[in-house]
Design a protein around this ligand. Structure first.
Ligand SMILES: Nc1ncnc2c1ncn2[C@@H]1O[C@H](COP(=O)(O)OP(=O)(O)O)[C@@H](O)[C@H]1O
Ligand SMILES: [Mg+2]
Length: 249
């Protein structure tokens, strides 16, 4: 199963979700590959992967096999990235195929789950992710602007479903950075349920300082602070994700 974690906005918990879902899945003895598809390399950095010769860029360009760029962390595999990936996007003279990633992933076997951490844009890199995926998880912070953003994401997904990838599904919207006391949170959830034809995951990811601290220690929050609310929230979300994947498969 290949899942993209997408939202064209920055700071909506995509990277945190990709890292911690991977870590939670690995704890459940699933074999997982995470692909850092954001040239900012936040996911690689979050897992303490700073010094590497080859990145996902070389795999996409066919210069290296994906197995040659993979690094292991917390019981799962990571294909790291850095600025080289933006050169691939903007430095190329010819138009880059939307199927580079799909073709790379077709050649690999043996993973129960592949998670793709997308950049904060609806660029060609995100289209590559959507072209390669079975489904998407959309982390959103429940505020008014996110609703506006959600309309754009859903439009993009519909376009992809009618061209690049007819089988793409929305696994669900994941509420992140949730402050349980906010009345607005429940109102926005209600609005999303009534106005969008997608499901909301029941698991909320609450705002928690441990989640923000973990990246500087190069660990998932599940490893850095197993007893934190963040670790609990992501483990609970993982169980719901697994149930959803069963339904979608
Ligand atoms: N549940 C949370 N509680 C507190 N801080 C969080 C939480 N989730 C993410 N963060 C922090 O918010 C910032 C943005 O999250 P990130 O996952 O990098 O978003 P994105 O990948 O969508 O840009 C990061 O500094 C991250 O550590
Ligand atoms: Mg990110």
């Amino acid at each position: 199963m290949i899942t993209s974690v997408i939202n064209q906005k920055g700071g909506t918990g995509k990277t945190t979700t990709a890292v911690n879902l991977a870590s939670a899945l690995a704890k459940k003895k699933k074999s997982v590959l995470v692909i850092d598809l954001d040239p900012q390399g936040n996911l690689s950095y979050s897992l303490g992967i700073n010094d590497f010769d080859y990145s996902i860029s070389e795999a996409l360009l066919g210069k290296k096999k994906i197995s040659e760029v993979i690094v292991e962390r917390e019981g799962f595999h990571v294909a790291p990235t850095d600025q080289r990936l933006s050169k691939l996007e903007f430095g190329s003279k010819t138009k880059i195929s939307e199927f580079l990633l799909r073709d790379v992933l077709k050649k690999i076997r043996g993973y129960d789950f592949v998670l793709i951490d997308c950049p904060p844009s609806l660029s060609y890199l995100t289209l590559n992710a959507l072209g390669a995926s079975n489904n998407v998880v959309i982390p959103i912070q429940l505020d008014v602007f996110s609703i506006q953003g959600l309309e754009q994401i859903m439009e993009t997904i519909q376009e992809v479903q009618s061209s690049l990838n007819k089988k793409l599904k929305v696994a669900g919207i994941l509420p992140v950075l949730v402050d349980g006391r906010k009345k607005l949170t429940s109102e926005i959830k209600e609005y999303v349920k009534q106005n969008f034809d997608v499901s909301l995951f029941k698991s909320d990811i609450r705002t928690n300082v441990k989640a923000a601290e973990a990246p500087s220690f190069g660990e998932s929050v599940i490893s850095y602070s197993p007893s934190s609310n963040s670790a609990k929230d992501y483990l609970k979300f993982c169980a719901e994700y697994l149930r959803t994947m069963k339904k979608l498969s």
